[in-house]
Design a protein around this ligand. Structure first.
Ligand code: F3S
Length: 388
């Protein structure tokens, strides 16, 4: 693997032990995956930020590090809102530990934005190399934006943030970004909601596994719908990049040779049968974290209503701050819009036996990570059930 002189000096320990260890980690990763060089990155998104997942050992490791991020870097969602944790019902012991984790990352120069939608906070451009961790963010960056990132583990993304580079392999290379399977959606998708795209992703992820699908037959596929589709495929499969004919930037007509690829057909009924009407104790929306447009839609639907069960909405602090009036309108109805966390990583959500979501990813993760049962519905369904 080619390293420049500065890298050699860092590996010799001339810039301290943390940088030496971090570069050793990147070089080891690169060797495992056959990278020929490191590539500079535009930004990093670091997972392993919830105390629920990293625990005491992870916190001690973070506290042992001594370096600063050299590129813009944010955190993945953590176990609680940083400022409104008491309102969410987080216990004090957990809050203290979580705050210690956040403080450790702040000392390392990671911005205290804890979100799976970093692309709403800072412009991310086509062709940029990134080191992002969270699977839905990775899928969105690669597919919808056309940026380039592998799905980094927490330590790999942190090392990349501190060094400003990452090993150049996998989805950083043109040859690894081509479709590997065709998915033909045989349905009238013109009226499909974000939840339908999430359910499609939930179903398709299981069929394609870790291959790169190219979709045909998707109408009205806007960024929020694509966000839901990719998040769910990353959850039930291991999709980190997909293409949609005529929609996503690398799928412009004729660019890919699709001859010889397996074709999977998805019928409408395979998607709509996931929408089961079961009773729920709580509603949780914002997986991945809400866009400004989604918040506006929720506010519009909630107008004049009052929640009848706990109703959680998740978004990044940056999006909340820029849309405070909309958030205030939503909260007037009794729902709560929390930053920094989500229905899967917060231990608070474990108190519910059943949760309604509008996300294919949450449909897959909620039963494993918190409540026993999850139900998917459109955002209209969620508002209706949460206020009836
Ligand atoms: Fe984001 Fe949490 Fe969903 S990290 S993608 S809101 S499970």
């Amino acid at each position: 693997m080619h390293l420049d002189r500065d890298d050699e000096r860092i590996l010799a320990g001339e810039q301290g032990e943390t940088k030496q260890k971090m570069l050793e980690l990147l070089v080891a990763l690169g060797k495992v995956f056959g990278a020929e060089r490191l590539v500079p990155i535009a930004s990093a998104q670091v997972s392993g930020a919830s105390y629920k997942t990293i625990g005491e050992y992870g916190l001690q490791w973070l506290n042992s590090l001594d370096a600063k991020a050299v590129v813009p870097a944010v955190l993945n969602p953590i176990g609680m809102p940083r400022t409104r944790w008491q309102e969410m019902g987080v216990d004090e012991d957990f809050a203290a530990k979580q705050q210690a984790v956040v403080a450790a990352y702040e000392r390392l120069g990671i911005a205290l934005e804890c979100t799976c939608t970093p692309y709403y906070l800072r412009t991310t451009n086509f062709g940029e190399h990134l080191a992002w961790s969270e699977s839905s963010a990775v899928c969105y960056a690669n597919s919808v934006i056309g940026a380039r990132t592998n799905r980094e583990g927490g330590p790999g993304a942190l090392a990349a943030a501190l060094m400003g580079k990452t090993p150049c392999y996998g989805l950083h290379l043109d040859e690894n970004r081509k479709p590997q399977v065709i998915v033909r959606v045989q349905a009238d998708t013109r009226d499909w909601s974000i939840a339908h795209y999430g359910a499609l992703g939930y179903h398709t992820g299981k069929l394609v596994g870790n291959r790169i699908p190219i979709f045909s037959g998707l109408e009205a596929a806007d960024p929020d719908r694509l966000k839901g589709l990719g998040a769910a495929m990353a959850a039930t499969g291991a999709v980190a990049l997909y293409h949609v004919e005529g929609v996503t930037p690398e799928a412009s007509k004729g660019q890919f040779d699709l001859s010889g690829l397996e074709v999977i057909t998805v019928e409408a009924e395979e998607v709509t049968r996931l929408f089961k009407e079961i009773p729920v104790e709580a509603v949780a929306v914002g997986c991945p974290h809400c866009s400004p447009k989604e918040l506006e839609e929720i506010a519009r639907l909630m107008k004049g209503r009052v929640v009848s069960k706990p109703f959680y909405i998740f978004a990044s602090q940056g999006v909340i701050d820029k849309n405070q009036r909309t958030v205030d309108q939503i909260e007037t109805c009794g729902a709560r819009v929390f930053a920094d966390t989500c229905m899967v990583v917060s231990p608070v959500m474990e108190q519910y036996e059943s949760i309604m979501v509008n996300s294919g990813k949450a449909l897959a993760y909620v039963p494993n990570m918190c409540a026993a049962v999850s139900r998917i519905g459109t955002i209209e369904d969620c508002v209706r059930v949460g206020t009836e």
